[in-house]
Ligand binder design. Structure first.
Ligand code: SAH
Length: 204
């Protein structure tokens, strides 16, 4: 998976590649998909949601450019896999999940992987997570029409937000950097994510 799907494409960050070798994706998929754990695709995790494609997790992590003292906010815990990968590259991850059963699934998976610097919080992450703000970096792992303003308020200066932004069925992976309190946007490539729900998310 690492050699072909990640390094074989354009994932260049050695620390990111190394982290994928340390964290078994099979711990984050449903039992019945274990044989597909290293496939080049998202997989169902129940409740209409998916664990993202490994390449997508790698690119988002690479773009976040995590540092060892960073506090990261993830919106959409799902299986906990993205949080697990990120946790190895930063200090602490707060991860918000809307579906209570998935929040529990993510917590269990993270525990199985022996990860103790991620806290999964059940709630609506479409308005961010005021409680522990500000964050060094924020990653949204579900599609959002436009990154909500609340998230920019919860981001430290010098930090960035990485998200799949756009209409319901086709988004672009984007990064917003907050530099001297100005926002600079960079667009990467087209992608399709499950929709973010909640107050600032998609309604249908
Ligand atoms: N990062 C995950 C993939 C997430 S899929 C992984 O590595 O497996 C997107 C997740 O976002 C789903 O679990 C979905 O339930 C969750 N979600 C959707 N709307 C949300 C919201 N408003 N707040 C928090 N989580 C949300």
């Amino acid at each position: 998976m690492v050699e072909v799907q990640l390094a074989g494409r354009d994932v260049r960050d050695e620390k990111v590649l190394e982290t994928f070798l340390q964290i078994p994706r099979e711990l984050f998929v449903l039992e019945k998909y274990r044989y597909s754990a290293y496939d080049d695709s998202p997989l169902p995790i129940g409740y209409g949601q998916t664990i993202s494609q490994p390449y997508m997790v790698a690119k988002m992590t690479e773009i976040l450019n995590l540092h060892k003292n960073d506090i990261l906010l993830e919106i959409g815990s799902g299986s906990g896999y993205q949080a697990a990968i990120a946790s190895r590259l930063c200090k602490f991850v707060y991860s918000v999940e809307l579906v209570p059963e998935l929040a529990e699934f993510a917590r269990n998976n993270l525990e199985k992987a022996g990860i103790d610097n991620v806290e999964v919080i059940c709630g609506d992450g479409s308005i961010g997570l005021e409680e522990f703000a500000p964050y060094d970096k924020i990653v949204i792992t579900a599609a959002i029409e436009e990154v909500p303003l609340e998230l920019f308020d919860q981001l430290k200066d010098g930090g960035c937000i990485v998200a799949p932004e756009g209409p319901r069925y086709t988004q672009q992976l984007v990064k917003y950097e907050k530099i001297n309190n100005e926002i600079v946007k960079e667009v990467y490539f087209g992608c399709v994510f499950v929709p973010l729900r909640g107050e600032k998310g998609f309604k249908e």
